[in-house]
Design a protein around this ligand. Structure first.
Ligand SMILES: NC(=O)c1ccc[n+]([C@@H]2O[C@H](COP(=O)([O-])OP(=O)(O)OC[C@H]3O[C@@H](n4cnc5c(N)ncnc54)[C@H](OP(=O)(O)O)[C@@H]3O)[C@@H](O)[C@H]2O)c1
Length: 277
């Protein structure tokens, strides 16, 4: 057993479930989040029976609600002393505009604001467990610019544009957070899983769904970068990077713009209701 504890969001299906399975097999104590208690329990049972690791627990968290994220983080801190790895995996890809419980465009809220808030709320747990790691699941689909004056894309929303922008935000935030965490021995990197056959395209037009089915690989494959970033000694010191196939890769030109990242940070702090730097 590794003696290390990992928290994984969105481990009820797809890449998150396979990341949880891989880390449970490596002996990690696994805590997963679920937005539905029954599905969370089902995932826990499946992980325990397929890996033989009984140290799997579930916390309720609707990542589309700041109140739920705050409650989940508080519960985590109350129940567990340490957090060695946080994997921000959960994500959505709506093709019909939806709003989070806080009235924010849902793709931006769940894919970016939720991990931003959850990570900030768990930073102390990560710091006391250092060396520790944050793994953010990004995407190859992150091209375009960040619309700082219209992050919810009230003008010209499309599922593709909103998804790309949310993942660009994740990469910008990862790079800036790594700088803010310099010297803390807490690293933060992005994983790009590649196209995987999961439930992500459930709301997509049929042509997309067919594309996912025909060209998507099995989610076990997509989980490899997250498992590598969470556990490999090779990346113990690596931070602020974007990984594809378990190797550092280039992301879009816009994703290196630290002025935009700093402005995004300030706006995000205000939206999620946090203070400080
Ligand atoms: N599949 C791909 O080709 C691909 C490519 C690049 C990046 N990604 C990224 O990989 C990550 C995992 O996606 P996936 O492909 O494995 O899709 P998935 O099978 O749909 O899994 C998404 C997970 O996120 C959870 N989730 C969604 N909305 C939530 C909310 N409001 N609150 C709490 N949990 C929520 C889902 O819970 P439920 O089970 O309750 O729905 C599920 O566990 C995402 O960040 C996605 O953007 C995927």
């Amino acid at each position: 057993m590794s003696g290390k504890r990992v928290l994984i969001t969105g481990a009820t299906s797809g890449i998150g479930m396979e990341t949880a399975r891989g880390l449970a097999k490596l002996g990690y104590s696994v805590v997963l989040t679920a937005r539905d208690n029954a599905r969370g329990e089902e995932a826990r049972n499946e992980l325990v029976s397929s890996t033989g690791n009984k140290d799997v627990e579930v916390l309720f968290c609707d990542l589309g609600s700041f109140a739920s994220i705050r409650k989940c983080a508080a519960e985590y801190r109350e129940r567990f002393d340490r957090l060695d790895v946080l994997v921000n995996n959960a994500g959505v890809w709506d093709f019909h505009r939806q709003q989070s419980a806080d009235g924010i465009e849902r793709i931006f809220a769940v894919n970016y604001l939720a991990p931003f808030l959850l990570t900030n709320l768990l930073l102390d747990s990560l710091k006391v467990s250092a060396p520790s790691r944050v793994v953010n699941v990004a995407s190859g689909l992150h091209q375009g610019v960040l619309h700082l004056d219209d992050l919810e894309l009230k003008e010209g929303w499309s599922g593709m544009k909103a998804y790309r922008q949310s993942k660009l935000a994740v990469i910008l935030w990862t790079r800036l957070l790594s700088k803010k965490l310099a010297g803390s021995n807490v690293t933060v990197n992005c994983a790009q899983p590649g196209l995987m056959r999961t439930n992500l395209a459930r709301d997509a037009p049929w042509a997309y769904r067919v594309g996912f089915l025909m060209f998507g690989k099995r989610p076990e494959r997509g989980a490899q970068s997250s498992i590598y970033l969470a556990s490999s000694p090779d990346v113990q010191q690596t931070t602020g990077e974007y990984f594809k196939d378990s190797q550092v890769a280039r992301s879009s030109k816009e994703s290196y713009d630290m002025d935009v990242a700093a402005r995004l940070w300030d706006v995000s702090m205000k939206i999620v209701g946090l203070s400080g730097k």
